[in-house]
Design a protein around this ligand. Structure first.
Ligand code: ARG
Length: 466
């Protein structure tokens, strides 16, 4: 087949076809509009394959040299933007191969020996995703570091902790932030697991059954920095579970970002005023001059829906496919690419945004006091005086009811009044009723005492090597 025959893709298959593809079908079936972003992986995979073909004596050293030279030029053309992508050549693979053949002739046509686009595309997506995962894990590290820095500064700052969005008990704001560090650390760990299963080589599976050429698959895997070769050719070309589990891990990570976003939005509202966000992450309103809207967290919350949607899309894409490769799989790319883009931008922006959080400790403390956040501490105090916990709970409920009726905090009730609820209450109750006393008392591993928060900060820093 001459290179200008390959240019007309409808004729590229063989003499079997008696009419050209319609323009609409060409547009419908082409993927070059989006899969061109795989070009670097495609060339890397081809070079590793060619190197092995030469080492195995399947192509000559001269052909291998021609292929290397051609690919170097193509790399330069794509990088400089002069490469001409053709819709008629369907996808990134055929575009690059056609140009290679145009540049170096027969050697270009020999590159595809022992290979199919089916194992080629599976290899490309895996290589591309592996490198993207590395970038995402690095960004998760940056986000964690930003949160850890803010947590350390706010270890002593008191926030009302909520359950059911009702004030529950005082917590250190630093402790609250470190909860997200735990989540993002697990996200990074999950991505690391996905990476291991992604980083295996399909090449050598060819179309579906393997190949009759004496390929050295392990050699190609090693050249590409992959951890091994896929052990079943049918599985190698047809499954996209690595893309699905990546998108699942990305969805979870976005869900974590989304929960954090929801809190930022709440905390910034007039009803809380716990924090402010740097202006560069907010917008104003075109009609209401007083508004400063937390657009970035809101958008992150919204974009979470789209990533979760991609996960559903990929699962659904896979579910009805018989073995082995089906063209359905071409539809794996856009959701996967968009997932990576969305997660990458979100993590990058949040790593910055966290540094722009202005904390308002007085507002947080006021809210904790107003919500009777130390009621549990009063109950615990009574338990220490010998009351069974259930009875103590009942006594404190009466005290809270009274305080609520008078619009005061528990700490504002006089000792005599408190003693009216139970005779065992003494002057030392004052300490139990302070927010700080409550905070310091929770000095157990994983608890909110500032000493624990600082210990966790140190542990996380050591873990991240920062
Ligand atoms: N563009 C195709 C894809 O993304 C490449 C594989 C095509 N293979 C085939 N037999 N048509 O899946």
């Amino acid at each position: 087949m001459s290179s200008n025959q390959l240019d007309k893709k409808s004729q590229a298959w063989s003499a079997l076809f008696s009419e050209p593809m319609s323009e609409l079908v060409q547009r419908y079936t082409a993927s070059v509009g989006f899969d061109r972003r795989l070009w670097r992986a495609d060339i890397a995979g081809s070079l590793a394959h060619a190197e092995m073909l030469a080492a195995q004596g399947i192509i000559s050293a001269a052909d291998h040299a021609d292929i290397r030279r051609g690919m170097a030029q193509i790399t330069q053309e794509i990088e400089s933007g002069s490469f001409e992508w053709k819709l008629a050549l369907e996808d990134v693979h055929l575009n690059i191969e056609a140009r290679l053949t145009q540049l170096v002739g027969d050697a270009g046509k020999r590159l595809h020996t022992g290979r199919s686009r089916n194992d080629q595309v599976a290899t490309d997506v895996r290589l591309w995703l592996r490198d993207e995962i590395d970038g995402l894990v690095a960004l998760l590290g940056e986000l964690q570091r930003a949160l850890i820095d803010l947590a350390e500064k706010n270890a002593e700052v008191i926030l009302p902790g909520f359950t059911h969005l009702q004030v529950a008990q005082p917590v250190s704001f630093g402790h609250h932030l470190l909860a997200y560090v735990e989540m993002f650390a697990r996200d990074a760990e999950r991505l690391g697991d996905v990476r291991r299963r992604t980083n295996r080589l399909p090449l050598g599976a060819a179309a579906l059954a393997g190949t009759s050429y004496p390929l050295d698959r392990e050699r190609v895997a090693k050249t590409l920095g992959m951890e091994g070769v896929c052990q079943n050719s049918l599985d190698a070309v047809s499954d996209r579970d690595f893309a699905i589990e990546f998108t699942a891990a990305a969805s979870l990570c976005m869900v974590h970002v989304s929960r954090f976003s929801e809190e930022l939005v709440l905390w910034m509202s007039q009803n809380f005023r716990f924090i402010d966000l740097a202006d560069r992450f907010c917008t104003g309103s075109s009609i209401m001059p007083q508004k400063k809207n937390p657009d970035v967290p809101e958008l992150a919350r919204g974009k979470t829906g789209r990533v979760v949607g991609h996960l559903m899309g990929l699962l659904t894409l896979m579910k009805g496919q018989p073995l082995a490769y089906n063209k359905d799989n071409q539809e794996d790319k856009e959701p996967l690419f968009d997932t990576v883009d969305t997660l990458r931008d979100t993590l990058r922006i949040f790593a910055e945004l966290v540094g722009g959080i202005v904390v308002k400790p007085e507002a947080m403390e006021r809210a904790a006091r107003r919500g009777y956040a130390t009621a549990t501490d009063l109950a615990d105090y009574l338990v220490k005086k010998g009351l069974p916990f259930r009875d103590a709970h009942e006594v404190v409920a009466h005290a809270v009811k009274t305080a609520l009726g008078r619009g005061v905090d528990l700490a504002e009730l006089s000792l005599a009044e408190l003693q009216g609820f139970h005779a065992s209450i003494e002057a030392d109750v004052a300490q139990a009723l302070t927010l700080r006393g409550s905070l310091n008392a929770r000095n157990v591993v994983g608890g909110t005492a500032p000493d624990q928060v600082r210990a966790q900060v140190a542990r996380h820093r050591a873990r991240l090597g920062a």
